[in-house]
Design a protein around this ligand. Sequence first.
Ligand SMILES: Cc1ncc(COP(=O)(O)O)c(C=O)c1O
Length: 331
Amino acid sequence: MRFVRMHLNESPFEPSGLVASYVSRYVSSLNLYHVEELEREFMKRLSGYVGLPEEHLRFFPSSSEALAAVIRYCKSRGLRLVSVWPTFHGLLEFARMEGARVDLVGLAPDSFELDLLGLAREGGSSRALYLCNPNNPTSNMLFEDRATLDFLLGRFGLVVVDEAYFEFSEFTVADKIRESDGLVVVRTFSKAFSLAGARVGYIVASPELASRLGEHSALFSTPVTSLAAALGALQDLGYMREVVRRTIELREELRRGVSELGLRSLDSRTNFLFVRVPVPGRALARRLSEAGIKVRAYDDEAVRNYVRVSVSTRENNLSFLRALSEILKTL
Ligand SMILES: Cc1ncc(COP(=O)(O)O)c(C=O)c1O
């Protein structure tokens, strides 16, 4: 059975046509570990896209790998990790794999807003705070002002902001790294650039921190063709912006559909919705899966009655709404 994939926050749109031409241009270089000219061109383009000089940037084979490098760096410096909860589950997984402990501070129940005082209590110069903004799985912004960032930068030795969904939220703190040594921004090509399968991500940090973080990743770990794919995507920003525009349009349609079925979802700034459901999310996800649709659900108490639904094509979104409507009738 072929499932409708609404569980991994992938883009429902294929990559830009330029991706295929860049990948095929570099296929014959796959005998090499890396291609200097490709890396130079990629860094130049990435620097233009981010709006910061190249010395602030390092690429990694996915933002997951970038986060793992950040965790290794924290461990090597004796920085203890703090994170809000619920947030990107991968962070806890990567920390577990690296043998690092993460202290969790709960977001406000159901509004999933930051508890700044609670965070401040966990602060300290030997603590590193991870914040996913906008947050996965809750889809909302955790902050959208400079004062909150300044507050946190003043209280933690390092603040890691995961901007995996930046292109959808259009809010970034990347430019702040010009002033701060204690900030790292993590981004990915997996979402807005429709390149989840290429596995390319990057970090933005002060030149010194960027170079230290780079030391926590193996040499030549980003495949030549993946970097070529990411370069192709960067050469076609108009396509990416159109993907974002259409995804947001489809997201709002899906949100209206969910609301017409009597369910509340959070105001999303991402490519997915976080929907409150009248039964445990796991039970609903099982029923949807029987109808051929995959969504994400959680065991954790704070999000037990929610499902996370990635925006897909209009056809898939309608299949989801139809299946959901049928299931709700039987509850
Ligand atoms: C917040 C967040 N960070 C990181 C990732 C991992 O992305 P990548 O594909 O770059 O490993 C995801 C993927 O869903 C995510 O939601």
